[in-house]
Design a protein around this ligand. Structure first.
Ligand code: ADP
Ligand code: MG
Ligand code: ZN
Length: 480
């Protein structure tokens, strides 16, 4: 088969940098708080002064162990920090402290689903490193400023195997990683703000082959949408090169979001260019079984487990379980409702429909919901006990969102209690029958569909408060 007819399969491996939510930096006690005036969160250690000694922040290790456990990695009993040497104005020491030959965790995986098909993406390694500072380029003058507040902020790098085969799968892998980071409460996982960054390595190979092609590494991907777009672009670009009989050059490429293309940034640097060597200022990191066990004990139930439990124990459809476990806070909200109204599917429907719709419209996340779990459960109890009708319940829901009051109070204040008392409904039915002699005649003549008309009339008279089941019964009896 000529190269022109050849089908190619994309091969993608992702390197993710997650900023860890520790209070202080990885090797000094400077604050990691964002937004302070430039160079105020600095000290001789993170400024890279000669003669100072870094001290490893234990929390960074705690967090990384948790991520390693969540992704089925082996936590190494001994790992090391190394110096990655290069020059750049945002790196005052001239080297970045990272882990290289002996990372803290290796050999894990993450299970995802793409188009309802399960996929297991291997995780090669997880390691810890420090972030560099930030350059601020003056748009008007040929001047750049250096802010070293971010220098020494802890990062966790998660490197995947080249197991990903499509841009959609890459996006899904990233989304699932981020959900886990947030469940563990170790990173904000915010791509737009740079606390969750991704470099995408991509190559293509003839479909059916197992020999990987030459890859490029794409940088500057700062949203999920851009990851997928950039990968589509890069796959198409490489395919074109091979179709034209050319060869892909191994290099680092920059995604230009406004132009929708990648451009060559630099030739791929090799590891030896960095002159890695163990950092003599830091002892090997020794992690014993007790440390790992204590981290395991602190871990919350993870989304995959929680989702499976909702299906198995609560009888929810998998699609519902997936939505409800998309964040820990949403799942907690669901369970808090359930504690006061024990009908999982009903609660799920109200959360996924009315509540998420409301939050979406207001641009809020679940932690800022104007309706508390107890208040939602309160409404569902009134509905279940036939105190309010389904239609009135929607009105009460809106009122709860507006006022924050309980359903009970709103129903009382607005007189929305459903009327199920036949002695109250009887005379209204009589009046409707008396007022519509033509319809009554047609109904009795066989046009049974007119029942809906009569029910509607009664509901109108009672402002929607009559219990429709009782109305139906009475009408049927009286119309014969
Ligand atoms: P580096 O640190 O130099 O970028 P690594 O060997 O750590 O190199 O690989 C980085 C990423 O590149 C990993 O996620 C890996 O899965 C991915 N990768 C390696 N080879 C290929 C390839 N041929 N095509 C696509 N991705 C690849
Ligand atoms: Mg790389
Ligand atoms: Zn410092």
């Amino acid at each position: 088969m000529g190269i022109n007819q050849m089908e190619f399969t994309p091969v993608i491996g992702l390197e993710v940098h997650a900023q860890l939510k520790t209070r202080t930096k990885i090797f000094c006690s400077c604050s990691t708080a964002f937004g302070a005036p430039p160079n105020t969160h600095t000290c001789p250690v993170c400024l890279g002064m000669p003669g100072v000694l870094p001290m490893l922040n234990r929390k960074v290790v705690d967090f990384t162990i948790k991520m390693a456990l969540a992704t089925h990695c082996t936590v190494q009993p001994e790992s090391r920090f190394a110096r990655k040497n290069y020059f750049y104005p945002d790196l005052p020491k001239g080297y970045q402290i990272s882990q290289y030959e002996l990372p803290i965790a290796t050999g894990g995986y993450l299970d995802i689903e793409v188009d309802d098909r399960p996929l297991r993406i291997g995780i090669t390694r997880i390691h810890m490193e420090e972030d560099a500072g930030k350059l601020i380029h003056d748009p008007d003058r040929p001047v750049s400023r250096v802010d070293l507040n971010r220098t020494g902020t802890p990062l966790m790098e998660i490197v995947s195997e080249p197991d990903i085969r499509s841009p959609e799968a890459a996006g899904e892998y990233l989304r699932q990683l981020r959900i886990i980071l947030r469940y563990l409460d170790i990173s904000d996982g915010n791509m737009e703000e740079g606390s969750f960054r991704c470099d995408a390595n991509v190559s293509i190979m003839p479909t059916g082959s197992s020999v990987l092609g030459t890859r490029t590494e794409v940088k500057n991907l700062n949203s999920f949408k851009h990851v997928e777009k950039a990968l589509y672009y890069e796959i198409a670009r490489q395919r074109e090169i091979l179709h034209d009989g050319g060869r892909v050059v191994q290099e680092t490429r920059l995604w230009q979001p406004d132009k929708g293309r990648t451009v060559s940034m630099r030739g791929k640097e090799d590891a030896h260019d960095y002159r890695y060597f163990p950092d003599p200022d830091l002892l090997p990191l020794v992690i014993d079984a007790a440390w790992i066990a204590s981290m395991r004990a602190e871990m919350p139930e993870l989304p995959a487990r929680r989702r499976a439990r909702y299906v198995a124990d609560l009888g929810l459809p998998d699609a519902d379980a997936r939505v409800l476990t998309a964040s820990r806070e949403l799942a907690d909200y669901f369970e808090a409702c359930l504690a006061e109204f024990d009908q999982p599917k009903t609660v799920a429907n109200w959360i996924m429909g009315d509540l998420l719709g409301l939050l979406n419209a207001r641009g809020l996340d679940i932690t800022r919901s104007p309706i508390s779990p107890a208040n939602l459960a309160g409404l569902l109890n009134l509905l279940d006990e036939d105190v309010v009708s389904g239609k009135i319940a929607k009105t009460v829901f809106e009122a709860m969102a507006a006022s924050g009051k309980t359903a009970q109070v709103i129903v009382e204040e607005k007189g929305l209690v459903q009327v199920s008392d036949t002695t109250a409904i009887d005379p209204i039915v009589d009046a409707v029958i008396a007022g519509n002699p033509d319809e009554v005649q047609r109904y009795r003549g066989g046009q049974k569909k007119l029942m809906g008309f009569f029910v509607g009339q009664v509901m109108k008279q009672t402002k929607g408060k009559a219990n429709p089941k009782i109305v139906n019964e009475i009408l049927r009896k009286k119309l014969g």
